[in-house]
Design a binder for this molecule. Structure first.
Ligand SMILES: Cc1cc2nc3c(=O)[nH]c(=O)nc-3n(C[C@H](O)[C@H](O)[C@H](O)COP(=O)(O)OP(=O)(O)OC[C@H]3O[C@@H](n4cnc5c(N)ncnc54)[C@H](O)[C@@H]3O)c2cc1C
Length: 541
């Protein structure tokens, strides 16, 4: 058994938990962040990718709209590497309720959200793929955000301030002594070790799993209904800006440009278990229709992948009847000293990924008050490490690759030894996402027990049109060739990765995507015989 000590244990390394760990570590607390999986493997890696300008909530929830607007500006400053500043457009079409446009404009003005109405002709010039018969078009400050890059950036910052991060470590018990949090008991899922962290404070940021973690402290009555939302990624990027339907909130309203693809979504359907989300064909068809309505031709084009995430819709069965309606929206912080007589414990849930920093600030402020140790929050002023400069651009990776090649060619022309010639030393393994060999091998050398999925979250390997059919085998081969993985481990990692990719592929298999899947199958299972290789997949998490 391993024994650790900390001022604070944060349960859950989604955006909320990563933000809390960063904030508390920056205030000088000794923090341990624990997740049963990888960083942002829950909802924060299965969301829509919109850094909200607030406009979507201008009519329905002005307070949330204002929070999103303020945080949108802050995130662009402190985490530009996670954001592509695309801008956004709200568009109404013939047949939509045109009264809503007036309400929307008035609500944006009332909340001070930056917006500008443009003509339908201008909207079509900005976005030529946009459906015709536009009636109104309004520009807003929406942007695209990468949930993995954002959460990993917060973790980099937390680590720089001394926080310890335990991934693939499940919190299995929380011990109390006289109604006060005393220790957190964890199981390391990679090697079966038990870890006990002595602490006097726990923040439960377990997203749709918060009620399970609260139950470990004997706390009940926080009822979570996971509401699942489905998204689809198109085969290439269809628009430059985020597109929103200008109508009251409903399913399939939004299309977000996400690096080389566009994502359309989402749905909102209550379910029972956050570990068993489903993607019914009828919902997939609805999202195909939603994409078609925004950009005609979407359905006939290629759809690469589908995925599903769960919003934690929370009801506090102890709240008064009148309050219950409000529990599902915005951010929630439960102070368990006040609510349940358990000192040293908070639960934080809800909100948006866009407002993750603000949620963390409020939670850590409350922790400081409870500890009688007020320390100011500094997360809005300081950029996360290695994230300075303007927001990233779609062309960023290509520019870096070209610059490296041009420099190597210049050195070669000058007669200098050119051992770092990137075309030889750093071949591109994943052409769609421009992932070079070194981008995979260098982090893997630090953490050889990572899976190809862990690497995908950090590099985007396998997220393009071949869905890993070519690049995953190259990645596993490179790890093996470098001596980081045995042949058996590489085979197991490859099988595990492709099986996980398949979960998001099968429901959108038609046309070119089906042809690609058939080709991948022939190469990997027909020629390479991947299913016949000796490999113990159980070692890969
Ligand atoms: C379909 C959908 C689309 C969305 N789109 C957007 C959007 O475009 N823009 C936006 O701003 N917001 C969006 N959101 C909201 C946003 O995704 C969430 O608010 C945010 O990701 C929640 O993060 P979290 O950290 O609270 O939860 P999560 O990311 O789910 O993190 C919880 C973590 O707790 C861990 N955990 C659970 N139990 C344990 C345990 N026992 N031990 C250790 N770890 C544990 C899990 O592994 C998980 O990593 C969307 C949400 C959904 C569902």
């Amino acid at each position: 058994m391993i024994k650790l000590n900390a001022d604070l244990v944060v349960v859950g390394a989604g955006s909320t938990g990563c933000g809390i760990a960063r904030d508390a570590a920056m205030r000088g607390f000794d923090v341990v962040l624990v997740d049963k999986g990888d960083i942002a493997q829950g909802t924060s890696g299965r969301f829509h990718g919109l850094l909200h300008s607030g406009a979507r909530y201008a009519v329905s929830d002005p307070a949330l709209a204002r929070e999103c607007a303020a945080e949108n500006a802050i995130i662009k400053l402190i985490q530009p590497d996670a954001v592509e500043d695309t801008g956004g457009l709200f568009v109404s079409f013939e047949g939509d309720d045109q009264d809503y446009a007036e309400q929307f404009l008035a609500a944006c003005a009332a909340s001070g959200l930056v917006h500008e109405e443009i003509t339908p002709a201008q909207a079509r010039r900005d976005e030529p793929r946009l459906a015709p018969r536009i009636v109104r078009a309004i520009r807003v400050c929406d942007a695209a955000v990468d949930g993995w890059a954002l959460s990993l950036g917060a973790v980099r910052s937390a680590t720089a301030y001394g926080a310890r991060i335990l991934t693939y470590t499940r919190v299995a018990g929380i011990d109390l002594a006289d109604g006060q949090v005393a220790a957190v008991r964890c199981q390391d899922r990679k090697n079966g070790r038990n870890i006990v962290i002595d602490t006097r404070f726990v923040i439960n940021a377990a997203g749709p799993w918060v009620s399970q973690v609260a139950a470990l402290m004997g706390i009940d009555g926080i009822d979570v209904t996971p509401a699942q939302g489905i998204m689809l990624a198109s085969g290439h990027r269809l628009t430059s800006r985020v597109l929103n339907r200008l109508r009251p909130l409903s399913d399939g309203d939004i299309m977000v440009p996400a690096r080389t693809v566009s994502t359309v979504g989402t749905t909102d359907e209550p379910t029972d278990d956050p570990d068993r989300l489903t993607m019914p064909r009828a919902r997939i068809q609805e999202m195909l229709s939603a994409g078609e309505a925004l950009t005609p031709g979407f359905r006939a084009g290629r759809v690469l992948h589908s995925w599903v995430g769960a919003r934690p819709l929370i009801e506090d069965s102890r709240a008064a009847a009148g309050e219950r309606r409000e529990m599902g929206r915005g951010m929630l912080i439960f102070d368990h000293a006040e609510r349940d007589g358990v000192s040293g414990a908070l639960t934080v849930a809800g909100g948006k990924l866009t407002t993750y920093r603000l949620m963390a600030e409020r939670a850590v402020d409350l922790m400081c008050r409870r500890l009688g140790d007020e320390r100011p929050c500094r997360t809005a002023e300081e950029a996360v490490p290695d994230a300075v400069g303007p927001p990233r651009r779609i062309t960023g990776r290509w520019s870096r690759l070209e610059a490296a090649r041009t420099a190597a060619a210049a050195r070669a022309a000058a007669g200098e030894a050119c051992s770092d010639q990137p075309t030889i030393q750093d071949p591109v393994l994943c052409e769609c996402e421009l992932v070079g060999r070194s981008a995979l091998i260098e982090p893997l050398a630090q953490s050889p027990d990572w899976s190809l999925d862990d690497l995908r979250r950090r590099t985007r390997l396998g997220m393009g049109p071949c869905q890993g059919g070519f690049c995953a085998a190259r990645g596993a081969g490179a790890a093996c060739q470098q001596g980081l993985w045995s042949a058996d481990r590489a085979s197991a990692a490859l099988r595990h990765f492709l099986r996980n990719r398949w979960i998001g592929q099968w429901s959108v298999l038609y046309g070119d995507a089906l042809r690609q899947a058939a080709l991948d199958d022939r190469v990997l299972y027909g020629s390479l015989g991947l299913d016949l290789l000796p490999a113990d997949e159980a070692v890969i998490l």
